[in-house]
Design a protein around this ligand. Structure first.
Ligand SMILES: [Zn+2]
Length: 130
C-alpha cells in the first residue's frame, strides 16, 4: 500500500452549543487539516494521485470553512446534520467530502484518515474501518 498525506490550514470561528466553559463563546482557531489517502496501484508515472489534485479536492471543502463562522454553515447550524463544529465532527465532515469526491475521480484510492488540529497541541481524527 501507498499513503500520501497533505496539510492545509484555514482560519475560522466557532462556538460549541451545550458546552460548559469558554468554548461556548464565539472564538477562532487557525485550524490545520491533514488528509491521508491510500491505495495499492500507482499510475504509469509512479503516482498514487498527484498531490496537486488531492489539494484541489481538499480545498473544495476546506475553502468553504475558511474565514467563516462555522456555526453559520447549514451542516453545522443548530439543526444541521453534522452537529456541533467540534474538531471531531469537522474531521468526519471533511473525510466524507473527500471520500465522495475521490470515489468519482479515483475509485482505487481510499481516504485513510483525516486529522483536524484546532491548536498545535490538540487534534481529532476520523477514519473508517475496512
Ligand atoms: Zn474552539
Amino acid at each position: 500500500m501507498y499513503e500520501l498525506l497533505i496539510k492545509k490550514s484555514f482560519d475560522a470561528a466557532h462556538k460549541l452549543c451545550g458546552y460548559q466553559g469558554d468554548c461556548a463563546n464565539v472564538h477562532g482557531h487557525t485550524w490545520t487539516v491533514e488528509v491521508a489517502v491510500c491505495g495499492s496501484e500507482l499510475n504509469s508515472i509512479g503516482m498514487l494521485i498527484d498531490f496537486k489534485e488531492l489539494k484541489v479536492v481538499v480545498a473544495s471543502v476546506v475553502d468553504q470553512l475558511d474565514h467563516n463562522y462555522i456555526n453559520d454553515l447549514p451542516a453545522f447550524s443548530a439543526n444541521g446534520e453534522e452537529g456541533n463544529p467540534t474538531a471531531e465532527n469537522l474531521s468526519r465532515y471533511i473525510y466524507n467530502h473527500v471520500k465522495h469526491n475521490l470515489q468519482q475521480s479515483h475509485p482505487g484510492i481510499k481516504v485513510a484518515k483525516v486529522k483536524v488540529w484546532e491548536s498545535p497541541t490538540s487534534c481529532a481524527s476520523y477514519w473508517e474501518e475496512d
